[in-house]
Design a protein around this ligand. Sequence first.
Ligand SMILES: CC(C)(COP(=O)(O)OP(=O)(O)OC[C@H]1O[C@@H](n2cnc3c(N)ncnc32)[C@H](O)[C@@H]1O)[C@@H](O)C(=O)NCCC(=O)NCCS
Ligand SMILES: Nc1ncnc2c1ncn2[C@@H]1O[C@H](COP(=O)(O)OP(=O)(O)OP(=O)(O)O)[C@@H](O)[C@H]1O
Length: 199
Amino acid sequence: MTRPVILGLTGSIGMGKSTVAEMFLEEGVPVFDADHEVRVMQGPGGALNEAIEARFPGSTGPEGVRREELGAQVFGDPHALAALEAIVHPAVARKREAFMIEHAGAPIVVFDIPLLFEKGGQEAVDRVIVVSAPADVQRRRVLARPGMTPEKFAHILELQVPDAEKRARADHVIDTGTTLEKTRAAVRELVASLRETRH
Ligand SMILES: CC(C)(COP(=O)(O)OP(=O)(O)OC[C@H]1O[C@@H](n2cnc3c(N)ncnc32)[C@H](O)[C@@H]1O)[C@@H](O)C(=O)NCCC(=O)NCCS
Ligand SMILES: Nc1ncnc2c1ncn2[C@@H]1O[C@H](COP(=O)(O)OP(=O)(O)OP(=O)(O)O)[C@@H](O)[C@H]1O
């Protein structure tokens, strides 16, 4: 049986991944956003809160997971992070399976995966799409965000696979260092060419 071509969408901080994911949606391509699913399952009444509270006492409340507090407990402690992932990842996998069943008839779907290269997510996708812009554009975007500092930005960059390597390993690169219109046209062209190769 045929199934949709799965595009893995990734890119470093501030490269425009969310904006490009939105453009795929506008082209009628279903997008699975793992981070969004996690936030819902960790939100008020979320399905993961009980298990997270049991392993990390005090990390949840009526508003769901206290993300900043939980982040402080797990980032920098590999064992704690692995324990959290063991709770979160199977639930995300089930959501992804449901998404694939719902969109089984679509020619193409997108998995929005921020840490695709860092976590070895290439195996789950057919093609890797990397969003990329020149380093100075990335820096300007990220430093404009509230609460961001040059130090924090440098630290996050260190944790991520470098942009040049991501570009080299991509099947397609979407340039976001240009106008939104040009980027939208690139997304449209890519979707059209992939829809064609499928038939
Ligand atoms: C610990 C949590 C609650 C912190 O939430 P918070 O909103 O403060 O941070 P956010 O999610 O935006 O992540 C902050 C930074 O850490 C990175 N990061 C997040 N999870 C992981 C992870 N499992 N491994 C490595 N880096 C990670 C993100 O890419 C980002 O750069 C949250 O990150 C979480 O539940 N993480 C574990 C689940 C997970 O793996 N999520 C990734 C998508 S499935
Ligand atoms: N050609 C373009 N393509 C994409 N984004 C653009 C472009 N020109 C300007 N931008 C702006 O750059 C910003 C990119 O932010 P976005 O949240 O999409 O990045 P991101 O890579 O998802 O970020 P992060 O991974 O850090 O969450 C947005 O404010 C967007 O409007």
